[in-house]
Design a binder for this molecule. Structure first.
Ligand SMILES: [Zn+2]
Length: 200
């Protein structure tokens, strides 16, 4: 029985929708769909899964006024959850965007706050190439404080940018249930691989 806890979360919710695709789809809905698929797969395999949200809401504290303050409170609460279980693996699910629509493909971002982050990011990146995007040559990307959750999380943490909503083909794929399930399975199998490697 595998019981390694995993925290997966869709980073945007409520008034914060994330980015908008070239076809007008909102990032947060795609992130949430991938998350719910991923959660089901992990739970079916016996993993314990905690999520920061499972519906389109912000998780700021009650009584906080103003969008900027609510966003900060939402972020602080998510970080608290990230650090609430020692040794949990934290995945933040996002979609990317860029001014030039030609760019596509998944890319993993991490901080050097935990030495395991680079390994987790590479495992995820490899799995995207193996399962979904054989042409993807992106390298995992080390980031600093601007990745708030990755930087301040004490647990192994990666921000997974699953695809580009500014790319017409990828944006069309990412709103289909079938592709969302494929992305979720890619992340799922990377996590299984990561835990297996850690036990070696
Ligand atoms: Zn995002």
């Amino acid at each position: 029985m595998m019981t390694d806890p995993i925290q997966a979360h869709p980073p945007h919710g409520g008034m914060d929708g994330g980015c908008i695709s070239i076809h007008g789809d909102v990032e947060k809905h795609i992130n949430l769909a991938i998350l719910l698929n991923l959660k089901a797969m992990l739970q079916a395999s016996g993993y314990e899964v905690l999520t920061t949200r499972e519906s389109d809401i912000s998780i700021h504290d009650e009584g906080i006024e103003g969008i900027a303050n609510q966003k900060k409170s939402d972020m602080d609460n998510r970080l608290e959850l990230f650090n609430s279980i020692k040794g949990a693996v934290c995945i933040s699910i996002h979609q990317n965007q860029f001014t030039d629509p030609k760019y596509h493909g998944a890319q993993m971002f991490y901080s050097d706050s935990n030495p395991k982050n680079a390994v987790l990011a590479q495992t995820l990146q490899n799995q995207f190439v193996a399962f979904l995007q054989p042409e993807n040559q992106r390298e995992t990307k080390l980031c600093g404080k601007e990745l708030f959750l990755c930087y301040y999380s004490k647990n192994p943490t990666v921000m997974a940018e699953c695809g580009f909503l500014s790319n017409p083909e990828e944006a069309s794929l990412l709103v289909t249930e079938e592709y969302q399930q494929k992305v979720a399975f890619t992340i799922y199998s990377a996590l299984v691989q990561y835990f297996a490697d850690q036990k070696k």
